[in-house]
Write a protein that binds this ligand. Structure first.
Ligand SMILES: Nc1ncnc2c1ncn2[C@@H]1O[C@H](COP(=O)(O)OP(=O)(O)OP(=O)(O)O)[C@@H](O)[C@H]1O
Length: 308
């Protein structure tokens, strides 16, 4: 069935200088999915993504990307991958049009002018066609980078923290475009540290110290971990924070604006920890839905405890 999957890899491993940075990694991604990769710095997200797309040879394991063997057919896969990094990787001293024309030639696309005109139109870049790329704002730079990365109509799009430092509206526009590409069948792999990028993904793989700790639809992650959360809201929360930090049943405590979110896997112990505050004047104690953010903070600190 591997033809039907955009990515189908098993047992991938990679070491650098004797240190194993990816260990026994499996993944199956259907086409048209937006897959987010989260995890601490240096946990192996980029290395994993690069191996899955034939950009880096694994030491062990194997599989297919777009139905092609990631080791033997890496050259063919590379031609069908679009790559966008968080750094602006185009030429600042070329215009928007010149950058796209350059990319078109790099991919040896027929009818460069037509392809470039179409991309300028599709990405609303036509009014800026003659502007130097260096002079574009952050949001427009990312839009140009996405237009350039998808010019050759790749089946796989790799995004490395694509909207870092971009304003909220430009982020929203950017993600609308990513979803449009996914609807057209493009499989998107995103490595990110940003919660607002993570929530845009269909599935999320959480990677720590080279191992995949969870791989699930974004909405299912909190329940898969089995984390419960209680919200305590009101004035003067610092003493409450200090007391709950060391209370049995409270595995995690985090500030959310003017509230505290306490989380733990043992619901009864968590409720018992919060109980004394229910009767405190001015405090409101309510059950809250565990969000992705709490789930990731929990996964992240668990990974630190287990692997460092
Ligand atoms: N070409 C390389 N040579 C040597 N070490 C490398 C190489 N590429 C990555 N590493 C090391 O492998 C580890 C994993 O790196 P990787 O970039 O895959 O992590 P990451 O999860 O993407 O990190 P970040 O979130 O910081 O981008 C790091 O310790 C990194 O320094």
């Amino acid at each position: 069935m591997s033809e039907a999957l955009a990515i189908d890899v098993t047992g991938l491993s990679k070491s650098f200088g004797g240190t194993r940075v990816v260990d026994d990694f499996d993944m199956a991604v259907p086409p048209g999915r937006i897959y987010g990769f989260l995890g601490p710095n240096g946990s192996g997200k980029t290395t994993t993504i690069r191996m899955m797309c034939g950009l880096l040879k694994p030491d062990g394991g194997g599989g297919t990307a777009l139905g092609l063997d990631i080791i033997r057919q890496s050259r063919e896969i590379k031609a069908r991958v679009g790559y966008m990094t968080q750094r602006f990787s185009l030429y600042g001293d070329l215009t928007v049009r010149e950058n796209l024309s350059f990319m078109s030639r790099l991919h040896a696309l027929p009818k460069t002018r037509q392809v470039v005109d179409q991309a300028l139109e599709e990405y609303d870049l036509a009014p800026r066609a003659r502007q130097l790329a260096a002079n574009l704002s952050g949001g427009w730079k990312q839009r140009l980078a996405l237009a350039a990365a998808s010019l050759h109509q790749p089946g796989l799009l790799l995004l490395d923290e694509p909207t870092a430092g971009v304003d909220p509206k430009a982020r929203r526009d950017f993600w609308d475009r990513i979803r449009r590409l996914a609807r057209q069948g493009v499989t998107v792999l995103v490595s990110t540290h940003y919660m607002d990028e993570a929530v845009q993904c269909d599935n999320i793989a959480f990677i720590a110290y080279g191992r995949k700790l969870i791989d699930a639809p974004a909405g299912e992650i909190p329940s898969r971990i089995g984390l419960h959360t209680i919200r305590i809201e009101g004035p003067g929360l610092q003493p409450v924070y200090d007391a709950l930090e060391n209370t049995k049943g409270v595995e995690q405590i985090a500030r959310f604006g003017a509230a505290l979110h306490i989380s733990g896997r043992d619901r009864h112990a968590l409720e018992a920890a919060a109980a004394p505050y229910r009767s405190r004047d001015g405090l409101s104690v309510t059950e809250a839905k565990t969000g992705l953010e709490e789930a990731f903070i929990w996964l992240m600190s668990g990974a630190e405890d287990n692997f460092t």
